[in-house]
Design a protein around this ligand. Structure first.
Ligand code: ADP
Ligand code: ZN
Length: 750
């Protein structure tokens, strides 16, 4: 008896089925989908494989293959539960869609493994506190990740390595470097015994009586559920139209019929506040999955799902892999959110694609919810490819905010503030006096965009990335937001030696300072990645703003979604220009979505709201239509450009991304990929494919790596996939021939 296995850890060169013999004593137990331990290759390295097929016959060929004697598998690996046939079919689909190896797809479906749960690696300072504080105020350390670790340890005391890395967003390598330098030590500590499960106390959250629009949407979903056929629906509802209520009642309907549902929300919206609403309505049958869970919590939730104690999973992107056998309803809230796309993982999947694959397999329903859907999703709704339901009224019947675009070219000289126009200052003041809350949206964290020499005009840039460094008043530091390189800000220009610095542009810190200057008695809460590291920090800031009734909330895009701020009546977008000047094919779409979303934060409850958008580029159609909260108007402009410029949804795009420490080598590699792509097209008669010459990526250089890409466009998804699939082998061969180290990935956008 033999089995064909795929290796769990693999790459394109080893993406074969390997045949092993099954020893007599386990042959009764072995099954397809099981994990097995094997000795692999000439060196017999220990590897894990997954059984893809079994040949139970005992023929002489079983003993050998292609002249080699077959090895026995070493045993079954019981650390992981076997994959089901349906999960294996999904792996095949994922492999085809994302051009990954089987092992990479399999990993998303594997049960979490709890390794030696008793001891946890814990990190502590290895130097006196005073010494650590001194390190922070000098140039001893030049890496912001390392500085963050020292800061955190001063604050928290000893902490487990995994908590430090996960909750404070620092890297293992920074940790290692600090240990090597003798600043930190790592030791093993017994894990704290108590474990708080997710089944928390909750207040009941009674259902609203649906209004007409909600009723219509709910009945549409109900009808689809009853049909038991694969179907997608776009629920296009303005902010605060009551989409969440529709989701809750639809999920309740699924549960009533003994079914299962998965509700995806952007990571940032997955707050205890929101989870409580689900527990409060649906009770104990809810599980929560997100990346901030500890391994043990994740294991517990996973097992509750597996054991069938759960009917609903709420979670971020990866919850789309929830181990239900059959899922009746997927809901993807804020479907336009970029966090649904896995950018840095081995499989660059989009959660909605995976939901569709699973729904096709289960004959079930996928609902996309948004006030500002992706252009491609809306296009599919408009053309009838998927179902479409609109909700145009706010559930609480108050109007959408009044929105005004402020021309910053006019307001610059007579201004009382170099951040806010006179008009916005007046509005902020009025709100402050009336004890109503205001939200200010800023594109960037930090104090200001850059330091600019008053005399010679030199801008302080990162030597490694050629990106203007950002000034942070905390610690008086310049930080590169691409690679984390940092220095104490010099007081004189290193270039001309004489000039002092001006700050240019602004970030959250500067806006916060400016509010303090204008309204000295006011209270401001600032929310950006600097203030929200640490478990629950995000939630604490929100409740600080809501419960303690602070006057101003200043934040980056993390304030754009998810939260209901009943007392906010004024929203200011400090600089819309920084949004529209990004460099991707969908930059306008993102700008429109962000502006419309942020503006929609105003006046969600009884009091009416107003929004002010400051911009130099006031004629831009994204800014204009977002100000008018007119999705249709934006779409009409954008869809024409997409068609003319051969962008999605009309053309599919493949991005062959690659990078190298050697700029020239990266370019040469790109030319070779370009030639190879042309050749593959010719050999396979793939017509009508546009292949663009290698170009730099918008983030040109990160951490010393020069980033380039070859962009390919084609109307046929089949053809572009076919080309990319074949091109993978050329790229693998070219990498081996290149004189420099080369990293690459392929991203195909529908
Ligand atoms: P969305 O998800 O579309 O942004 P929500 O579901 O958060 O909107 O609803 C916005 C507000 O309206 C919430 O405070 C919610 O409690 C309230 N709401 C929702 N549906 C109704 C309804 N049918 N009647 C009264 N209030 C409602
Ligand atoms: Zn840098």
């Amino acid at each position: 008896m033999t089995v064909d296995i795929f290796l769990l850890e693999s790459n394109i060169d080893f993406e074969l089925k390997y045949t092993y013999r099954v020893p007599e004593n386990i042959s009764g137990e072995i099954a397809v989908g099981m994990f097995v331990n094997v000795n692999f290759g000439v060196h017999n390295s220990k590897r894990i494989g997954i059984v893809w097929s079994i040949d139970r016959s005992e023929t002489p060929e079983n003993a050998q293959k292609n002249g080699y004697r077959l090895k026995n598998i070493s045993g079954i690996n019981y650390d992981y539960m076997p994959l089901s046939a349906s999960q294996m079919r999904l792996c095949e689909k994922i492999k085809k869609r994302y051009l990954c190896v089987t092992g990479d797809a399999v990993r998303y479906f594997m049960s979490p493994k709890i390794k030696n749960p008793k001891k946890v690696k814990t990190v502590s300072l290895n130097i006196p506190r005073a010494h650590a504080e001194e390190v922070l105020s000098t140039n001893t350390l030049r890496n912001i990740g390392q500085i963050k670790i020292i800061e955190t340890l001063l604050k928290t005391g000893d902490i487990s390595c995994s908590d430090l890395i996960k909750d404070y967003n620092v890297s293992q390598s920074s940790l290692n470097t600090l240990c090597k330098k003798g600043f930190l030590k790592i030791y093993e500590k017994e894990e704290a015994k108590k474990f708080e499960g997710t089944a928390c106390k909750y207040e009941s959250y009674p259902a609203h009586t649906l209004n007409d629009e909600q009723e219509n949407a709910f009945l549409h979903i109900k009808k689809l559920l009853e049909a038991h056929a694969f179907k997608e629906l776009l629920l296009h509802g303005v902010t605060a139209s009551g989409k969440t209520e529709v989701y809750l009642q639809s999920i309740a309907e699924v549960i009533k019929n003994g079914g299962k549902a998965v509700m995806l929300v952007p990571e940032i919206s997955l707050t205890p506040q929101m989870v409580k609403r689900f527990y409060g309505r649906l009770g104990d049958c809810v599980a929560v999955l997100h990346s901030r869970l500890t391994d043990k919590q994740k294991y517990e939730e996973w097992m509750r799902i597996k054991r069938g104690e759960v009917a609903v999973v709420i979670g971020a992107r990866s919850a789309v892999f929830a181990p239900f056998k059959k899922i009746d309803l997927f809901i993807i809230d804020e479907e336009q959110e970029p966090s649904y796309k896995a950018e840095d993982e081995s499989v660059r999947y989009h959660a909605s694609d995976i939901a569709v694959m699973r729904a096709e397999e289960n004959n079930s329903v996928v609902v996309y919810g948004s006030a500002t859907p992706r252009i491609s999703t809306y296009y599919r709704g408009r053309t009838g490819e998927i179902d479409y339901v609109k909700m145009e009224k706010r559930a609480s019947h108050n109007a959408l905010p009044d929105t005004t675009v402020i021309d910053m070219r006019e307001s610059s000289d007579k201004a009382v503030s170099d951040v806010f126009s006179p008009q916005l200052v007046k509005e902020l003041e009025q709100n402050y006096i009336n004890n109503e809350q205001s939200v200010l949206f800023v594109q960037r964290r930090g104090f200001s965009k850059q330091l600019l020499c008053r005399d010679c005009g030199k801008v302080m840039r990162c030597g490694k990335c050629n990106i203007a460094m950002t000034y942070h008043s905390k610690g008086n530091r310049l930080i590169c937001h691409y690679c984390g390189n940092t220095v104490i800000a010099p007081s004189n220009c290193p270039s001309c030696g004489t000039g002092g610095f001006d700050t240019r542009g602004f970030g959250t810190e500067k806006v916060e300072k400016e509010l303090q200057r204008l309204f000295p008695e006011s209270r401001t809460v600032r929310m950006d990645t600097d203030t929200t590291s640490g478990r629950d920090a995000h939630e604490k800031l929100i409740s600080e703003f809501v419960d303690q009734n602070a006057d101003f909330l200043v934040g980056t895009q993390m304030i754009a979604k998810g939260h209901d701020f009943p007392n906010v009546t004024l929203v200011g977008i400090v600089s819309a220009d920084s949004l529209i000047n990004m460099q991707e094919y969908n930059s306008s779409e993102r700008a429109f979505q962000l502006i419309a979303q942020v503006a929609g934060r105003a006046g969600r409850a009884e009091k009416p709201g107003r929004a002010y958008i400051q911009a130099y580029n006031i004629d831009d159609y994204a800014v204009q239509s977002a100000a008018e909260q007119d999705y249709e108007k934006f779409y009409k402009n954008e869809i024409i450009l997409r068609e003319v410029l051969h962008y999605p949804p009309f053309y599919k795009m493949a991005f062959i991304n690659f990078s190298s420490l050697d700029d020239r080598a990266a370019y040469d590699f790109g030319m070779a990929v370009f030639d190879a792509a042309k050749a593959v097209c010719n050999e396979n008669s793939l017509a009508d494919i546009e292949i663009l010459k290698p170009a730099r990526q918008p983030a040109q250089k990160v951490n010393g790596w020069y980033k380039w890409r070859v962009v390919i466009k084609c109307e046929s998804f089949e053809n572009i996939l076919n080309l990319a699939d074949k091109l993978r082998y050329n790229i693998s061969a070219l990498k081996k021939m290149s004189k420099a180290d080369m990293r690459s990935n392929i991203d195909i956008i529908k």
